[in-house]
Write a new protein. Sequence first.
Length: 268
Amino acid sequence: MPELPEVETTVAGIKPYLIDTMIERLVIRQPQLRWPVTQGIEDTAKGLKIENVSRRAKYILISLTTGSFLIHLGMSGSLRLITNTDLLKKHDHIQMHLSNGHVLTFHDPRRFGCWLWSKYDHALLEKLGPEPLSSNFSGEYLWNKARKRKAPVKSFIMDSRIVVGVGNIYANEALFESGIKPQRRAGKISFKRYEVLAENIKVILSSAIEQGGTTLRDFTNSKGEPGYFEQSLSVYGRAGKACVKCNQPLKEIRLAQRSSVFCRSCQS
Ligand SMILES: [Zn+2]
């Protein structure tokens, strides 16, 4: 599943090809995504200039002169740039033909992604918490939000109303690095430990973005779809294997239906 680092890398990869170009044609081949593609956007978008491409949480925003597209990659979505003569692949649902000859192509086999148009701010962005890499996000912020909360800390940091973009992998890894048990109640964790946790979330996400930027991929490569990058992970997907710090076998539990892997001796 594309996580925040993949989305950030996608934005960085496609942005230079999109900015200041004009949409010549928008082709919707399959409007039935997670939510139906806004009706009539083919006509609305035609001739509009792309002013910016940005990311908010795991959404990609393509800002045009009179509104914006809000794109989510869902479970299996990707964006790539091809040319007019490249062959379409199965599950290439949307194509945006640009005045510079590039064609931004949205590919999504499972169709949990979305591609929505709005003239104004998108309602889906309204209740989102701060970006984890922004200065608004800190240990102090987390600690304040956690007062009286009984939810497990892992669910707390994965709640997009608290902070966006901390997916299951990153929550597992950040809690391990911070020595905090995933099931510990959010309200019972000290200020100091939240400072460590916030810092680790930032470090883990930044390094994933950096890795994506260097190892990833050519967005103008028509052959493959951009692969999601593999990271070196300490706990996620390593249940039963030895802890990288103490060699004890890692334990796995389910929290809010999500796999949570931790070390019983390194995390408390
Ligand atoms: Zn350990």
